[in-house]
Design a protein. Structure first.
Length: 398
């Protein structure tokens, strides 16, 4: 029995030693194999590829020597995802006009290819238009008129405010001071005010916010407003009977080609003297209350209150999806009924809804919008532009 135990222990030792030797040999062989097949170079045969927006392209990467195992470990990155994106297999999708660099990495090796996304052509056949008359707002002996051409998704409120979602073109025109309406003629691009010119689009920063001014093509949606700045072009306004006829061809800041055509009426809103009718509230809220489904319409109501230094009170009630836990980012507009992303109409009897109280007197909110932007997970920015029954413009500011 003792002999058998000794034999078993001896056999186990021999087997263990054999396994250890085999493992060491395998490691040596593997290391030798990896060293033999070490990747020395990766490269693209093309330095640059041109794509159209939404076009897809698979980048062909070469490896010396080729290793299927190492090829699967390559990482891909785009220098600008707003121009083109790339997935883990090297499939590139063009997003928007511009250029970027797509880089492939394998360990310390890298290879790059330039992706140029061609300018887009935008043919904009507008269905409605309006104009704002600002008078000699630049104090330069020219009148300023802003004309906006809108798609079907945008609505024009009776006060001239624009709500809804869709595309539009904003043209800032300079006309002779003797003209108190929409001037007829051909307008050409200018970076400074001059007669029969339209102002180029540009961005301005103020209090950590960016504003777009001048002439531009815009896309208004629930999530915000994206624009293409207009840098060059020709714009003509003529008239046939009571109908305006408008044609324009423009170039955007990324070489986009924008073609505009419109035929129809253009109502004019005088905004040359609105400062005195503006009521300003501090943007810091005094209270935000979750009212749940207060009106039993399947929407969660959030009530926001503002005050100012003269004792005025502004109350805003926003209707959000019922499942919302906080105010949802987006645009809320005044309507005749309560629905998601609307402002609850003023109730002059109970003082509920979206309403303003000045000197103890309620003032009904007729038109306008409230835009909500999410600054962080726990912080939002609310921007107010409302018009009341007494023709007061309500805004909030820092």
């Amino acid at each position: 029995m003792r002999y058998n135990c000794f034999t078993n222990r001896y056999s186990k030792n021999i087997c263990g030693n054999i396994v250890a030797v085999i493992c060491v040999m395998c490691i040596v062989v593997c290391l030798h194999s990896c060293e033999q097949n070490k990747i020395k170079n990766i490269y693209f045969k093309k330095d640059k590829v041109q794509l159209s927006v939404d076009e897809q392209y698979t980048a062909e990467l070469f490896m010396e020597p080729f290793s299927e195992t190492d090829y699967d470990k390559i990482t891909w990155k785009s220098s600008d995802n707003s121009v083109a994106v790339v997935d883990k297999m090297g499939h590139i999708t063009a997003v928007y006009t511009g250029s970027c660099i797509v880089t492939a990495r394998c360990g310390k090796l890298r290879a790059s290819i330039e992706i140029a996304v061609l300018p887009i052509n935008i043919a904009f056949d507008s269905s409605k238009a309006l104009a704002y008359f600002y008078g000699d707002s630049y104090d330069n002996s020219y009148n300023t008129v802003v004309v906006r051409f809108l798609s079907d998704g945008c609505q024009i409120e009776p006060n001239g405010d624009i709500t809804g979602a869709g595309t539009y073109i904003n043209m800032q025109l300079f006309a002779p001071k003797s003209t108190d309406s929409i001037a007829l003629g051909t307008f050409r691009q200018s970076n400074t005010p001059m007669q029969y010119a339209f102002l180029s689009g540009y961005l301005r920063e103020h209090n950590d916010r960016r504003y777009v001014l001048g002439s531009y093509f815009g896309n208004l949606s629930v999530g915000g407003n994206s624009v293409v700045l207009i840098k060059e072009g020709v714009f003509n306004i003529s008239k046939r009977m009571s109908q305006y006829v408008v044609e324009g061809v423009f170039r955007g800041d990324k070489d986009e080609v924008i073609e505009l055509s419109y035929s129809g009426k253009i109502p004019l809103y005088d905004r040359s003297n609105t400062t005195a009718d503006t009521v300003v509230f501090d943007r810091r809220t005094s209270a935000i209350d979750d009212m749940d489904d207060l009106y039993n319409v399947g929407c969660r109501i959030f009530r926001v209150k503002y005050g100012n230094n003269v004792g005025d009170l502004l109350q805003i009630e926003m209707a959000t999806p019922l499942i919302a836990k906080s105010i949802v980012a987006g645009e809320y507009s005044v309507g005749s009924s309560i629905r998601e992303f609307s402002l609850v109409p003023s109730d002059m009897v109970t003082g509920g809804g979206t309403i303003i109280k000045r000197n103890g007197i309620l003032d009904k909110v007729l038109y306008g919008r409230v835009r909500v932007f999410r600054k962080s997970a726990n912080s939002i920015i609310i921007r107010v532009f409302l018009v009341t029954e007494s023709r007061k413009i309500i805004v909030n500011t820092e």
